[in-house]
Design a protein around this ligand. Sequence first.
Ligand code: NAG
Ligand code: NAG
Ligand code: NAG
Ligand code: NAG
Ligand code: NAG
Ligand code: NAG
Length: 290
Amino acid sequence: MINNSVIILSLVVLCNYCISGKTTCSRKPVEEWSPQPSSYVVNWTLTENICMNFYKDCWDFSINPKMGTSDDHIVPQICPLQIQVGDVLVISSEPSLQPPEINVMNVSEASFIDCVQNTTPEDQLLFGCRLKGKHTVNSQWLSAGTHYFITVVASGPSLCQLGLRLNVTVKQQFCQESLSSEFCSGHGKCLSKVWDKTYRCHCQPPFSGKYCQELDACSSKPCKNNGSCINYGGKWNKQGYECICHPPFTGSDCSEVIGQCEPNICFHGNCSNITAHSFICECDEHFSGK
Ligand SMILES: *[C@@H]1O[C@H](CO)[C@@H](O)[C@H](O)[C@H]1NC(C)=O
Ligand SMILES: *[C@@H]1O[C@H](CO)[C@@H](O)[C@H](O)[C@H]1NC(C)=O
Ligand SMILES: *[C@@H]1O[C@H](CO)[C@@H](O)[C@H](O)[C@H]1NC(C)=O
Ligand SMILES: *[C@@H]1O[C@H](CO)[C@@H](O)[C@H](O)[C@H]1NC(C)=O
Ligand SMILES: *[C@@H]1O[C@H](CO)[C@@H](O)[C@H](O)[C@H]1NC(C)=O
Ligand SMILES: *[C@@H]1O[C@H](CO)[C@@H](O)[C@H](O)[C@H]1NC(C)=O
């Protein structure tokens, strides 16, 4: 709470950078992998897109009920970003931020929360010169995983404490068996929920497996008369399953009865509606009789 009031006080004092941009970050609960890389521009400014409360504003907590907590957890920051490996991130500074010499630094999670900058070496600065205009973030800073970027200033107010810091989570996909294969074998979607660390296949039944490459041939319940179905996922035979029948049933789908429906028992017709003790002959046209 003390932290909270200190921050609020600093906000009032430093009202030339006022948080008119306080916001609730919008995001989709589930994202589908995009085969084409996207480009994101983050405005490095306090006038828009700054969220305050970790649970309520930064991560729309209503779509993450598992994260349930009533605690306020105030970490003013630019709306956290979730992107894909290979996406392009551009940081765009605002003219009013020009006077102080500012740069952006890669830090650990703890340093992100506390806005500690002095212990981290020079080589953690994202840009070779101070922030001015648009800068593309080199891909070395955007490997798969979560990255924390804070504002460093030569002197003056801690712009980081006020919210000029960014949490970027870069996600990989595990939806292709090989680089050339179809996503989820064409039988599912490559998805990631907000708190997932990666994209994975969500298969359409009857397909399953890491890449939706397996077929559950038993899902259509092909074995009649309470026979058990063994799924071979297409590897066994064309059907992909085998029926284990209870006597007296037999046949590939347990619809035949041992001894009944012997070849030609129905002279001109088909044997059907088989149960343990009966069957009927479906007669061909022009024929009749049992
Ligand atoms: C960033 O600023 C530009 C111009 O100032 C604006 O058009 C754009 O919508 C802003 N982007 C975001 C993500 O707020
Ligand atoms: C960014 O900072 C983290 C935490 O200090 C560190 O583990 C990581 O190696 C840094 N990334 C690069 C590319 O130096
Ligand atoms: C950063 O974002 C990730 C999700 O992308 C989240 O799990 C993590 O808690 C966030 N870290 C902080 C310090 O806000
Ligand atoms: C079907 O088979 C299961 C076990 O294989 C058995 O428990 C069940 O009673 C059988 N149901 C019928 C209708 O025969
Ligand atoms: C075969 O059985 C089904 C259901 O048990 C019944 O609806 C159908 O009429 C029967 N067919 C004949 C030809 O009796
Ligand atoms: C008997 O089965 C054959 C082949 O499945 C089919 O062509 C024919 O129409 C059937 N006859 C009757 C009476 O259902």
